[in-house]
Design a protein around this ligand. Structure first.
Ligand code: NDP
Length: 465
């Protein structure tokens, strides 16, 4: 430990990654401070995963009521109260943010309120809300964990009338009509949220099908299922402009369509939050995509500065940022060099129905498995919907390396798929074979039992060539 600096470690950004790294390092006996310009908890807790999941759960109730009616229940005049929900959500988010802050304190981390910018490789300035410099702090090592920010195409005429997910968490009233632009996680999740809450919802995406990068069967299946839930999906089309009128916002689309809605939300991606951080003064370089350039151990181009989480744009998921934080701590403070293994990380899209996936898509597997792949697919109506007249279907797909017989990809669209995929991920990560999956006795009657009873190959042992 060196007394040359105020702190051994200074962390910029108190989100999931930054908080974990700060706490571990302080608990290890180092002098640690962390700066946060907004609220402790970061994107995940304050304006991402957690409030989003509450919104999904609120929205799913309408579907649960429909199912319940099939089972003989009746609900007279069931109503949803948006302000009441927002209030409850905000109370819970404040509670969670408070726990994060308290845990920092318990670990001995100093929490610095304000925006931190780099003056040089060992010095940060803290800016107050007016942008004035309130303090200078020096640190032997610095960790940047500032996350990302929503991005929308600023050159699009009328884009100032569109919101992003950040504002969607605080809309003063529930709109009657919403249009969401984009086809990624956030677009699909929010389309489901608003549709479930009774909002007339349109999703517009420029590509041939939503969720680019996911397995093609998942993309096709989900697009069909969300349409069954009442979402109007417009594919292969973008905005030409947006126009504010007395009654709403008119979406002028490339295909000549004009569509008026009350709210327009752009979910067209997120970018690393590096603006005005002073990176160049500290010798920290960006890559071609504008993310902080790091080596496998999360070290930047400056010798004493590391970066983790969305600001490095590697795999933008909360649990990954946390693992990167742990690997940073082990490498830098415990003489145990570690880097996170990005293989077979399970992920869930909280659409309605949700998606859970782990491992390779069929197309990726055909590319990487030299002797081809065996593919097992089933589509079925969940038992739960038997009395509803619903024709909603679950999709389950296993992708198996034909040579080794290892299950290399699992793709599920349907109720509870995020819960199922967490467990399936253990088997994929462990490299278990299809025969080992099949040797596992089914739990009956469940949806998940299909995963261990899939017998018929959809496609045989053919490689991409
Ligand atoms: P994504 O990168 O997933 O999706 C962005 C979407 O916007 C894509 O469909 C993209 O199209 C489209 N797009 C990009 N630029 C334009 C443009 N100029 N005009 C029209 N459409 C455009 O970003 P999200 O914002 O949805 O999410 C950001 C990240 O956050 C995710 O990738 C994920 O890592 C993380 N996340 C994870 C969640 C979870 O785990 N459940 C939930 C939410 C976010 P195209 O595909 O053609 O490029």
């Amino acid at each position: 430990m060196s007394d040359t600096y105020d702190y051994d470690l200074f962390v910029i950004g108190a989100g999931s990654g930054g908080v974990r790294a700060a706490r571990l390092t302080a608990l290890g006996g180092k002098r640690v401070a962390i700066a946060e310009e907004f609220r402790v908890g970061g994107t995940c807790v304050i304006r991402g995963c957690v409030p989003k999941k509450f919104m999904v759960m609120a929205s799913e109730v309408s579907h649960a009521l429909e199912i319940a009616e099939g089972y003989g229940w009746s609900f007279d005049n069931a109503q949803f109260d948006w302000p009441k929900f927002l209030e409850a959500k905000d109370v819970e988010i404040a509670r969670l943010s408070g726990i994060y802050a308290a845990n920092l304190g318990k670990a001995g981390v100093e929490l610095v309120h304000g925006r931190a910018i780099l003056k040089d490789a060992h010095t940060v300035a803290i800016l107050d809300k007016s942008g004035a410099e309130s303090r200078q702090i020096t640190a032997e090592k610095i960790l940047i964990a500032t996350g990302g920010r929503p991005w929308k195409p600023e050159s699009l005429p009328g884009i100032e009338h569109a919101i992003t997910s950040e504002e969607a968490f605080h809309l003063p009233e529930l709109p009657k009509r919403i249009l969401i632009a984009g086809g990624g996680y956030i677009a699909v999740e929010f389309a489901g949220i608003f549709a479930g809450l009774g909002v007339e919802t349109t999703l517009i995406y420029r590509g041939p099908n939503i969720l680019r990068g996911f397995d093609d069967d998942v993309r096709a299946h989900l697009a069909g299922e969300i349409e069954k839930r009442g979402i109007k999906v417009i594919l292969g089309c973008q905005h030409r402009s947006l126009e504010k009128t007395a009654t709403g916002i008119v979406n002028h689309l490339e295909n000549g369509m004009k569509l008026e809605t009350d709210v327009v939300m752009f979910a067209t991606g997120r970018i690393p939050y590096v603006a005005d951080l002073g990176l160049s003064k500290a010798g920290v370089e960006l890559n071609d995509e504008g993310a902080i350039k790091v080596d496998p151990y999360s070290k930047t181009t400056a010798d004493n500065i590391w970066a983790i989480g969305d600001v490095t744009d590697r795999m933008n998921l909360t649990p990954v940022a946390i693992r990167e934080a742990v690997a940073f701590h082990e490498t830098v403070y415990r003489n145990n060099p570690q880097h996170f293994d990005y293989e077979a990380v399970a992920t869930a899209v909280f659409s309605q129905p949700p998606v859970g996936v782990v491992g390779l898509t069929e197309a990726e597997a055909r590319h990487s498995c030299s002797k081809g792949v065996d593919v097992y697919v089933t589509r079925f109506r969940p038992m739960k919907y038997a009395f509803t007249g619903s024709d909603e279907r679950v999709l389950m797909k296993l992708v198996v390396d034909a040579d080794t017989q290892r299950v290399v990809g699992v793709h599920i669209v349907g109720p509870d798929s995020p819960e199922m995929i967490q467990l399936a991920a253990i088997a994929v990560k462990a490299g278990l074979t299809k025969a080992q999956w099949d040797a596992t006795c089914a739990v009956h009657p469940t949806m998940a039992e299909e995963l261990v009873t899939l017998k018929e190959k959809q496609s045989q042992n053919t490689s991409a060539g």
